[in-house]
Design a binder for this molecule. Structure first.
Ligand SMILES: C[S@@+](CC[C@H](N)C(=O)[O-])C[C@H]1O[C@@H](n2cnc3c(N)ncnc32)[C@H](O)[C@@H]1O
Length: 392
């Protein structure tokens, strides 16, 4: 990922325009020396992180929560600021190819796009966590009349597959760089023919991070059309049994589940090839959707209304997670933007599908920087609690 190491510089008055990058504000961490630079570049707003690693050198890099998918945007923003402020660069891994056009990326979709997106194909399939994208690209090439929505949380993998789509000239893939567990809630009911979950991370020690859960099953069945299938493929015996328990357990009244062992698919992902070499067993579990679901109305407003920053706001922020029955709020860090504004980094929402966001607050307004949370019932309920909590 692009970054530069620079000699320390004065960050106090750097708001302004540098080539095509606008610095909106800087924010100082209240618990360390680190700072954030909020930038706007090519219609996207995101944060850069200044890590003050030593008194002689600072690292300027991306921020994980707001990172744009196009690495070129990050590179250009860092380079613009570095050139504009005439920073003393000690080390850099940024090479910009000025003549190389940015990818058109008409197939990159953001979570906000799903607010009122038009699905240009009658048939739709989803792949969750596509990794290198081998299976996703194969399916899209094989089924040109079906739209494939690939959802991948790992930004470099998503960017890599976007390049492949461009090279292969595929017109029926959308790539979304987000947590699939949240995105699924934005998809209309009865839309999909298939949902692939191939080799999800087993997360044996942190089960709340698993993709498969009762709520994921429920959402999948809502999103699938009648007769559509959720297809899990795993090399983990433990995860296989966990998934079966989720698909057949107490919370499920009626279902149709099919199991296969060591079934070869037409395409083998890089990841699967590794296990096959080691002669590991591979399990498939297919769950078929038995009925149509009701349409879902997502009419949530994530505005903070008249909530604004007051001197007492800081006293209200506790760094201990606040736990409710089915959700939580964890204010992780507060960054100060001069004396009259702050940026709060927080995680919130449901335990198995948390949101990670920043809230900007000044004396007149508050908003999520740089985008609103995903429109889920739990996120909205938690948003109301956040508002209550920050109100003084
Ligand atoms: C073990 S890899 C398997 C990749 C690919 N399916 C394959 O078969 O080679 C799991 C992938 O799932 C992605 N992933 C994990 N949790 C996710 C989530 N909640 N939403 C979207 N992608 C996720 C990871 O980033 C990783 O690329």
């Amino acid at each position: 990922m692009p970054h530069i190491t620079v000699k320390p510089f004065d960050t106090s008055h750097i708001e302004g325009e540098y080539n095509s990058t606008k610095v909106l504000f800087t924010a100082k961490d209240s618990h360390s020396e680190d700072e954030l630079i909020a930038v706007h570049h090519e219609d996207e707003s995101f944060l850069l992180h200044i890590k003050k690693s030593s008194k002689d050198s600072w690292l300027v890099k991306y921020d994980k929560v707001t990172r744009p998918l196009k690495v070129n945007l990050l590179k250009q923003a860092i380079a613009d600021i570095s050139d504009g402020l005439k920073l003393d660069v000690l080390q850099s891994n940024i090479t910009i190819h000025p003549n190389k056009p940015l990818l058109a990326n008409a197939y990159e979709k953001s979570i906000e796009d799903f607010d009122n997106i038009i699905y240009p194909f009658d048939s739709v399939a989803i792949e969750v966590g596509f990794g290198s994208g081998k299976h996703l690209l194969y399916q899209a090439e094989k089924n040109p009349d079906r739209l494939f929505i690939g959802i991948e949380i790992h930004t470099p993998s998503a960017a890599q597959v976007l390049k492949q789509i461009e090279l292969l000239g595929l017109k029926n893939i959308w790539v979304v760089n987000y947590d699939a567990r949240l995105l699924l809630e934005m998809i209309p009911s009865n839309l999909c023919y298939q949902i692939f979950v191939h080799f999800p991370v087993p997360w044996d020690k942190k089960p709340q991070r698993r993709v498969i859960s009762s709520s994921f099953l429920k959402e999948s069945m809502r999103v699938l059309e009648k007769g559509g299938r959720l297809e899990l493929r795993t090399d983990s015996y433990k995860y296989f049994w966990y998934a079966l328990d989720t698909f057949l357990g107490e919370k499920v009244v009626k279902t149709s589940v099919e199991i296969r062992k060591n079934e070869a698919l037409e395409v083998t992902s890089k990841y699967e090839a590794r296990w096959l070499k080691q002669e590991k067993d591979i399990y498939d579990v297919y769950v078929t959707c038995a009925e149509d679901s009701e349409e879902r109305v997502l009419d949530f407003n994530f505005s903070f209304k008249e909530l604004s920053y007051k001197n007492e706001t800081l006293d209200k922020i506790s760094y201990k997670p606040i736990i409710f029955e089915d959700s939580f709020i964890h204010f992780e860090r507060v960054f100060k933007i001069k004396d009259d504004a702050i940026l709060i980094k927080l995680a919130f929402g449901s335990f198995d599908r948390p949101e990670h966001k920043f809230i900007y607050m000044d004396k007149t307004e508050s908003y999520y920087f740089h985008s609103n949370p995903v429109k889920t019932v739990t996120n909205f309920k938690t948003h109301l609690k956040i508002m209550e909590h920050l109100h003084v």
